[in-house]
Design a protein around this ligand. Structure first.
Ligand code: SAM
Length: 219
């Protein structure tokens, strides 16, 4: 493993804004920093598959009244975002290393205002279709976590994943509230991402890919 990656694995363990979920234990949701009374009443945003967490950082910087949590199972990536948050003095952003499949263990039902899926892995093999972050079992989890009227936002450069997600939301019974075939063309449905451009997005843009966006509610 590259030395740089190993160093991040080690550093991330000591960052005060990172929670590393252990595989075997199911902790009490109250144990996590985002449940501290000082954050009561704040709007909550989850970024799932956050990588380096560019969207979480941008939302937190733009809106001090919002609490953002970036979630990914790769801790060396979130190390980059977590260290940036500390350097920028952002006290309203946290990172959680876990699988999205376990997300309900860490948050109270109906406590999240927005969920952002930023360039999820498309996972094209059919046997992996239920692992896509917009497959029905994940939509069940998001419906459980969202406040009434809360929304899910998807950004992707993958047309097939976008199509799969639109179909999955409709089949589940969700309601599409915004849709854009290319957010950089502007238009009324382009999202406000506080200027965030993620590492994956930057690479997609340099290939000339269109960045698609879908927003939906679940119930
Ligand atoms: C294509 S990358 C995008 C990263 C980042 N959002 C960006 O735009 O640069 C997908 C990310 O999702 C994470 N991921 C994929 N499936 C996941 C899962 N089931 N639970 C947690 N993280 C997951 C990967 O580790 C990876 O960092």
């Amino acid at each position: 493993m590259p030395k740089n990656k190993l160093q991040k694995f080690e550093r991330v363990r000591h960052l005060p804004n990172v929670t590393l979920a252990e595989e075997e234990t199911t902790p009490s949701p109250q144990a996590f920093p985002w449940h501290h009374p000082r954050y009561a009443g704040m709007q909550r945003i989850l970024e799932l598959g956050c990588g380096k967490g560019e969207h979480s950082l941008a939302f937190a910087a733009a809106s001090p009244q919002k609490l953002c949590v970036g979630v990914d199972y790769k801790s060396h990536r979130m190390c980059v975002g977590a260290e940036k948050a500390l350097a920028q003095g952002l006290s309203n952003v946290f990172f959680l290393r876990t699988h999205v499949e376990r997300i309900r263990e860490f948050f109270q039902p109906h406590s999240i205002d927005e969920i952002w899926l930023t360039f999820p892995d498309p996972l094209w093999k059919n046997r992996k279709s239920m692992q896509r972050l917009t497959a029905a079992p994940f939509l069940d989890d998001y419906a459980n976590l969202l406040v009434p009227g809360g929304s899910v936002h998807l950004k992707t450069d993958c047309q097939r994943f976008f199509g799969f997600s639109c179909d999955s939301v409709k089949r589940w019974g969700g309601r599409v509230t915004a849709i854009s075939e290319n957010v950089y063309d502007g238009g009324p449905d382009a999202p406000d991402t506080a200027g965030a451009v993620s590492a994956y997005e930057r690479a997609a843009l340099s290939r000339g890919a269109a960045i698609r966006y879908l927003a939906f509610t679940l119930g």
